[in-house]
Design a protein around this ligand. Structure first.
Ligand code: ZN
Length: 342
């Protein structure tokens, strides 16, 4: 079984974006709408948006199941206040839950949180609990920078975030550490802000003792871990200077990386440097990079090709990356699959 642990609903019907545009236009006058009930998207529209896009590509490329969360760049937690985010997150999460219900064999949902800059993360817990208990979601996306590129929240190791971690441990759900749109012109959203955030999140964990407080907490750092695998020597050296344990022991029971790296040398580096047990298959398809690589003639984000072509990975290691590690990091997903006899 091939599990893609990083998919977003980037192809949602246009009505969703129109609703959001209206919400943003009326930030100062929310009484003018739109109401949640103004957004009407039928099952047929959802089915069409998935069958023609993600599902078609999954069949073409040969993956089976995608962990599916709301479009990351659309989370835009920096817009409006908590109520803005709460309404928006509820709408986006419900759509992903509906997709997973319509395609139970191919999609399982993960939640975005209704974060808002300067607002206590505790306020995200009701939405988190609803997504887990009512919708059967298996993970969350946690934005370490709801300001959208200005980094005004405390680091992930700060007690500020602990209420979320307590719930993650209680419900056995991992968090993908995933920022959203950059509203800082210095940082391009997917080319700089995402990768910076991946690297930043790792370093915040490295300098702290977060996982001593939460030994079973699991973070998935997307986009191949940003600059982390490439600079592994730097991080090992910094950990040594900071008198931290070896990274294997200090971070690698808790931090995992996905394979959203869009060329063979990058995947080869990732799988050479990072232990296979810490790597989960992912493509983030129909996402940041949608074109075809002229050097290979294949889509940049067809990451399965790189795993297949690897001279570094053995067959059992491929299976670990495709399935076993995802089932370890997402215990609720593992239980759903086990209950189906998979
Ligand atoms: Zn993503």
């Amino acid at each position: 079984m091939i599990i893609d642990c990083h998919g977003h609903y980037t192809t949602a019907p246009k009505a969703l974006e129109n609703w959001r545009n209206q919400q943003v236009a009326n930030l100062k006058t929310p009484e003018l709408g739109p109401k949640v009930s103004d957004l009407q998207i039928s099952d047929d529209e959802l089915i069409e948006s998935i069958e023609k896009n993600q599902l078609a590509k999954m069949k073409e490329r040969g993956s089976d199941l995608t962990i599916f969360s709301p479009r990351a760049s659309f989370m835009a937690h920096h817009i409006g206040d908590f109520n803005t985010s709460a309404t928006w997150a509820a709408i986006c999460n419900e759509l992903c839950a509906r997709v997973s219900k319509l395609f139970p064999d191919n999609f399982i949902a993960a939640a975005m949180l209704p974060q808002s800059p300067g607002v206590d993360p505790k306020t995200s817990i009701p939405e988190l609990e609803k997504c887990i208990k009512e919708f059967g979601m298996v993970g969350i996306n946690l934005n370490p920078d709801p300001s959208g590129g200005h980094w005004r929240e405390p680091p992930l190791s700060d007690k500020h975030w602990y209420p979320i971690y307590e719930k993650m441990v209680e419900y056995e759900i991992p968090a993908m550490i995933h920022v959203s749109t950059s509203c800082n012109d210095c940082f391009h959203t997917t080319g700089a802000h995402y990768l910076n955030a991946d690297t930043t999140a790792f370093m915040q964990c490295l300098t702290s003792d977060l996982f001593k407080d939460f030994p079973s907490l699991k973070f998935l750092i997307p986009h191949g871990g940003g600059a982390v695998p490439y600079h592994w020597g730097r991080f090992r050296g910094l950990a040594q200077e900071l008198k931290k344990p070896l990274l294997d022991e200090h971070l690698l029971n808790n931090i995992f990386f996905d394979t959203c790296v869009y060329h063979q040398p990058g995947i080869d580096l990732l799988t050479t440097v990072i232990p296979v047990k810490n790597i989960l298959f992912a493509s983030e398809m129909i996402g940041a990079v949608r074109g075809i690589d002229p050097q290979t003639g294949h889509y940049f984000d067809d990451t399965k090709r790189y795993i297949e072509s690897s001279n570094i990975l053995t067959e059992p290691e491929r299976i670990q990356i495709y399935e076993k590690n995802a089932r370890h990091v997402f215990p609720r997903l593992d239980r759903v699959l086990s209950n189906k006899g998979l």
